[in-house]
Design a binder for this molecule. Structure first.
Ligand code: GUN
Ligand code: ZN
Length: 459
C-alpha cells in the first residue's frame, strides 16, 4: 500500500469548483486567494467562467482529508462510554438491544440521529458506514439527516430474525426482513439517485442473529439490487463458538457468509480479530474489505486484530469507531487506538514487525477507509480531480517564544515556533481532539465550523 497520496497541507491554497472537485493545489502561496483564482482561470481557459472557492491555510493550521468511519452504530450513540464488565454477547443483550428497540419511535430516531450526525461531523468524519436499527422509518430518517447535513453515508437497515435476538427486537421472518430491507434501499435511492451523498447498504447484523433463510435473502437482495453489504465477523471467541454451534455444516465463520453469497468486493467485514489463515484467504480472494475497530476491541475485550499481518497479506483495511462497542465517535481516537493495539501485540510477541506507524494509521483513517467504502477514486487525499472532503485542523498558537505565563492556545495542543510540521501533526494525533477540528467540508460544502475557524473562504 502506498502512503504517498496522504497529504498534509500547511501554508497552501486549494481551488475547488462548484461540483466540489479539486481543480488546483498550490503548495507555495504567493499572494492572496483572489490572485490565485485569477491566475488559475487565466491559465485554464475552460475554467474562465467556473465558480471556484479558494481555501487558504494558516500558520498554525493545516488541512487534512476528512475521516472515514467504516463501521459505526448511530442508534447506540446514547450508550457511548457504557459497557461495564460485559463482553460482546451479554453487552448486546444488556445495553444494545434495549437501546436500539426504542427506535420504533420515530421521534427518538430523529433526535438521536440529528445529534449523532452533528457529533461525528464535529470530529471530522466526512463519510460514515452506519448501522441503523431494524425499523424502516427510523433508518430512512438517518438517511434524510445525512443528506440534509451533507455527510456522506452508507445507511443500513439492520436485519435480524433469529432467536438469538430478543422477541421484542427482531424481524418476524426472513421474508419480512427481505421486504423491509428492500423498501429502505428503494427509499434511500429515491432520495439520492446517484448515491453521491447517501447510499443504502444491506446489513445482516451478524451470522448468529440471522437464520440461514435470512442470510440467503440478503445475499439475493445484494445481487438483485447491486447494493453493498456490511456485517460483523470474528469479533469475540464466544461469538465464534456460537456460530459454530448454529451453523455446524460450515467450515468456518467466514464460510457461513460465503455459503449465503455475502462475500464479495462490495462487502465490509467489521473486526476480523480472530480469523484463521483459511478464513483470511477466503476473505482476500472474495475481495471483501475490512473495518478495524480498535477502541471497541479493547473496550469489550474482544482481542487485538492483527492489522499488520492483514495489510501484509494484501487486505484493504479502514478504521471504524464501532460506537458504542467503541467509546468514542472520533476516528482520530481510533488512529491512536490502532497504534496502541499494534504496540500491545508487538510487546506480546516481542517484535517490532507488527507495529503500525502513525502515518499508516492515518492512512487507514482516510485512503484505506475510502477503499473500504468504494470511494477511492473520489476521496482520501488532495489531488486534482478528487473531491474536497476535508477538515481544517487548527492548533493552539503560543508564539515564536513558546508558552508565555498562562497564555495557552485554545484546545489541547500548543504549537511552539521551533517545531517542524511533522512534529505538530504527531502532537495533533496523540494529544489533539475535536477542539482542533475547526471546519469540515464535504464535496466542497462547509458542513461544520466552530468559532475558531478563521474563515478564509472567498468566492
Ligand atoms: N455484533 C453484532 N452486533 C454488534 C454490535 O452492535 N456491535 C458490535 N461491536 N458487534 C456486534
Ligand atoms: Zn459493530
Amino acid at each position: 500500500t502506498s502512503l504517498t497520496t496522504l497529504e498534509i497541507q500547511p501554508l497552501g491554497a486549494i481551488g475547488v469548483d462548484e461540483t466540489g472537485t479539486i481543480r488546483f493545489v498550490e503548495r507555495n502561496l504567493h499572494g492572496g486567494p483572489d490572485e490565485l483564482i485569477a491566475s488559475f482561470k487565466a491559465s485554464k481557459s475552460a475554467w474562465a467562467d467556473a465558480k471556484l472557492v479558494c481555501i487558504k491555510s494558516t500558520t498554525t493550521g493545516f488541512f487534512f482529508p476528512g475521516f472515514i468511519d467504516t463501521h459505526v452504530h448511530a442508534p447506540q450513540h446514547p450508550n457511548t462510554g457504557l459497557f461495564g464488565k460485559t463482553t460482546l454477547l451479554d453487552w448486546l443483550q444488556k445495553y444494545t438491544f434495549p437501546a436500539e428497540s426504542s427506535f420504533s419511535d420515530p421521534s427518538v430516531a430523529s433526535r438521536v440521529y440529528q445529534n449523532f450526525v452533528s457529533r461525528t461531523l464535529s470530529h471530522g468524519t466526512t463519510t460514515a458506514a452506519y448501522f441503523a436499527t431494524i425499523h424502516v422509518p427510523a433508518t430512512n430518517t438517518l438517511a434524510d439527516i445525512c443528506l440534509q447535513r451533507g455527510q456522506r453515508a452508507l445507511v443500513g437497515r439492520v436485519c435480524m430474525d433469529s432467536e438469538v435476538s430478543p422477541e421484542y427486537y427482531r424481524d418476524e421472518s426472513a421474508e419480512a426482513s427481505y421486504q423491509a430491507s428492500k423498501a429502505s434501499i428503494e427509499y434511500i435511492r429515491s432520495l439520492d439517485p446517484g448515491g453521491v451523498i447517501v447510499q443504502p447498504i444491506i446489513t445482516p447484523r451478524f451470522a448468529p442473529s440471522c437464520t440461514s433463510a435470512c442470510l440467503s435473502a440478503m445475499g439475493r437482495l445484494a445481487q438483485e439490487s447491486n447494493t453493498r453489504v456490511q456485517t460483523h465477523i470474528s469479533e469475540n471467541k464466544g461469538e465464534i463458538d456460537l456460530v459454530a454451534s448454529l451453523f455446524p455444516d460450515q467450515k468456518s465463520y467466514a464460510h457461513v457468509y460465503h455459503a449465503h453469497q455475502l462475500l464479495g468486493p462490495k462487502t465490509i467485514l467489521a473486526h476480523c480479530v480472530h480469523l484463521s489463515g483459511m478464513e483470511r484467504r477466503l476473505v482476500l480472494e472474495s475481495g471483501c474489505k475490512i473495518s478495524h475497530c480498535p477502541a471497541s476491541n479493547t473496550a469489550i475485550t474482544s482481542g487485538c486484530a492483527p492489522i499488520r499481518l492483514l495489510l501484509d497479506e494484501g487486505h484493504t483495511v479502514g478504521l471504524g469507531t464501532d460506537v458504542s462497542g467503541g467509546f468514542s465517535p472520533s476516528i482520530l481516537e481510533n488512529v491512536r487506538q490502532a497504534v496502541w493495539v499494534s504496540r500491545h501485540l508487538a510487546m506480546q510477541v516481542d517484535s517490532d514487525a507488527v507495529k503500525l506507524s502513525t502515518e499508516e494509521a492515518l492512512y487507514l483513517a482516510t485512503c484505506g477507509g475510502a477503499a473500504v467504502v468504494g470511494l477511492e477514486d473520489k476521496l482520501g487525499g488532495f489531488e486534482v480531480g478528487k473531491e474536497w472532503d476535508a477538515q481544517m485542523i487548527l492548533l493552539g498558537n503560543v508564539g515564536e517564544e513558546g508558552c508565555q505565563d498562562g497564555n495557552f492556545g485554545e484546545g489541547p495542543v500548543d504549537v511552539f515556533g521551533w517545531e517542524s510540521w511533522a512534529d505538530r501533526v504527531e502532537k495533533w494525533v496523540y494529544a489533539g481532539d475535536d477542539r482542533n477540528t475547526v471546519a469540515v467540508w464535504v464535496r466542497g460544502r462547509l458542513v461544520h465550523r466552530t468559532g475558531r475557524y478563521p474563515g478564509y473562504e472567498e468566492t
